[in-house]
Structures are given as structure tokens and as C-alpha cells.
Write a protein that binds this ligand. Sequence first.
Ligand code: ATP
Ligand code: MG
Length: 435
Amino acid sequence: MTIPDHRMAERIQAVKGMNDILPPESARWEWFEDKVRALMRRYGYQGVRVPIVEPTALFVRGLGEVTDIVEKEMYSFTDSLNGDRLSLRPEGTAGVVRAVVEHSALYDGGKRLYYIGPMFRHERPQRGRYRQFHQVGVEALGFAGPDVDAEVILMARALWADLGLADVRLELNSLGQPDERRAHRDALVRYFEAHADRLDADAQRRLHTNPLRILDTKNPAMQPLVEAAPKLMDHLGEASLKHLDAVRAVLDAVGQPYRINPRLVRGLDYYNLTVFEWVTDQLGAQGTLCGGGRYDGLIELIGGKPAPAVGWGLGIERVLELLAQQGLAPPPRAPDAYVVLGGAAALPAAAAAAETLRAAGLAVLLHAGGKDGPGSFKAQFKRADASGARFALILGADELAGGEVSVKPLRGAGGEQQRVALAALPDWAEQVRTP
Ligand code: ATP
Ligand code: MG
């Protein structure tokens, strides 16, 4: 027989790249999410909640087989009960589009939607890059015009303002339409073929598989060649240029600077026309806070009636990191009152008083003692001070006998200690409530 020993059980740790968010950090998240929800209300965007697990086929189709995400970053598995191929969502757009198509949600016109939630990508964890991370996303579905492109771009700008963030730049580009991209691609191949002697080995390999990727070369010797290569912008037709100009005109009208970045392409195949990123120089290589664009082809690709769409995804961890870096923090949220008890006998009255105050809108901590009661006043006041509460509410034997509580201002909240009748607590709450 083995004798159980008293060593602690071996610890199980969180999965690498997946983080716990504990207080006080969680308060920053809630503050951020409150700002996001208020923003969405102001712009008339409604929340959607879709599953975290989707059929793998949705992302393969929606993102494209040869994207980094689908090729090597997805958490995919077989449902052991029925053999289905499933994936943890690596991004939010495909799921939202699936849901909208499945429920014919566009039958009565366009929809402005948003979500907040976790995404999963098997990447190398580092600052600003995790395996479970969180995004806010907006999707404006069923609208074809440049007005909504500008609208979603400006929503991100409004969020930076609401958060107090500085130094977030806007980069903008147009990917045109698929036929324009094909014409550009053909011109690129002809151009690089004409200069085959100047291509490095990498570029030669990519020439016929993915010539666009040659433009991303890090090889300094290739830079002059790449700089002079045909530009997609020069292959855009009148309609595409008009769309871009209309977006620019709105940005100009609100005084939002931007840089046209012809290298900005987005990883995903289904983007067309407007693409943009909000970037910062303060987060090193993980400087993209928010990226998005128009994806008019996706809804049809996922089996819906063709409909245009535009949206963005924003990395919450990166935004919070930048906030911390800029010294921006939510206002502290201490309780209004901490209830201190003279002994176990005071518990029913104390708990009832705390409930009354909470119902009146105050944040109240009732001292949590042990099996043998609440403990000494001294120990309780130490807790009350540490909680940051503005008032201690004392229910000793005296107060109990008189149907009252003593209210003691803490941390220089000002005023004298006073007695308040239990029945008068709602009035007292009214007096001390902060907006
Ligand atoms: P990157 O170029 O940084 O890999 P991406 O193009 O893969 O970004 P998107 O798919 O557009 O990113 O996602 C939108 C946003 O989500 C990014 O701009 C970024 O802020 C955030 N994000 C993407 N991947 C991660 C990750 N692994 N960890 C934390 N945030 C992420
Ligand atoms: Mg990525």
C-alpha cells in the first residue's frame, strides 16, 4: 500500500502565450471595454456574440489556404465525439459573416456590428504577441460606399481620443479590385523578368509563385529595384480612385492626417479597395494597434448573397500596453464604504445595512471574518483603510442596541464621525453618492 504524503500537488500552469488577467489589471480591461461600448453606442454599432469554436473550413475558405494564419497559426482539432474538424477562431470577421449569412441578417438592409473577445493564434509569444489575445472588431455589412470606410476609420480615431492616447498614426492604401490587382501582378512579373539578373535567390523563387512578396524583401541590394517597380496605385481604374478620394476627403475634412502606404496590403486575400492600419512607434515591432479594410468578396465566399463589407480588428493587449507606456490609467475604483462589526452578533444587521446601501447604488465591502467572527476592530480598520473606502460603517454593540451605525470618514474624506439611524441609511447614501 502506498502511503499518501503531504507534498503539495504538482502545479498546473497556464498554456504558454495565454495570460491570466487578475486585479488590478482586470480593472483596466473593464474600463477599456466600457469606453468601447460607449463608443459603439455613439456610432450606432450593435454587439454580436458568435462562437469561439467554428468549423475549420470557415477559416480555410474565409482567410485563404495560403495565409500565415491558416497554414501555421490555427488551433485546429478533431471533435473526438463526432470527428468534426474544428478550430479556435483566429480572428472575428469570418464568424460574424457566417452568422449574418446563416441568419439572413442583411435581409432588411445593412448592419453595423461589433464584438469584443478572445482570438487564438499559435505564434511565438513576445511582447504584444500572444497565443490567446483579445480583439475589438467592427464590421459594417451591406454598405458599398466610401462613407462607411471613413466612418470605421474615424471610430478608431475617436477611441484613441476617448482613451487619451497620443501618437497613433494612420496609414492608408487602396488594393483596388481583383482585376486591377491581376493587371498589376502581370506588370510586376514582366518587370522582374526583365531584371532577372538583379533578383536574389529568394526573389527568383517567388517570381512565379507570389511576386507581390518580392516587394517585402529585406535585402538592401534589392531596394532600388523594388522602389522602381510598377505600383498598384498606377493600375487602379477610375472607380477605385474615386472611392479612395472620397475616403481621403472625409479624413481631410476632420483634420485627420494619414500616409498613403503602397506597401500596406493586409495578410488576407479577401480585402479590396480601402485598407488601413493605425500604428504607433512606441511598441517596437508590434506597433499595429488596429488594422482593417473593405472585403466585398467575403460574404459571397462564405455562401451568402453577394454584399459589400468593411471593418477592422484591434488588438486590446497592444492598446493597453500603449496606455501603460503613456502613463494613462483608469481612475481608481475604491469602495464607498467598508462595514466593520463589533462581533458575530452584529452580522445580520450589518449585512442588511450593506444591502440597503448597495441597493442605493453605493459600493460596499462587508468585512469578511473567519469562523470565529469578524476579529478585532483594529484588524478590521486596517482592512478598511487598505480598501481605499471613503467611509467605515461601524456596527458595535452600542450601535446595534440603538438601531444605528457609526459613520467614520476615512482617508481625509472630511467631516466628523456621526451616528446614522439604520432606517435613514438610504438618505445618507444619497448624500455621499458620487456620480
Ligand atoms: P501582425 O502584423 O502584428 O501580426 P496581423 O495583421 O496578423 O498583425 P490582424 O489579423 O489584422 O493582425 O489583427 C488585428 C490586430 O490584432 C492587430 O493589428 C494586432 O493589434 C492584434 N493582434 C494580431 N495578432 C496578435 C497576437 N498574436 N497577439 C496580440 N495581438 C495581436
Ligand atoms: Mg499576424
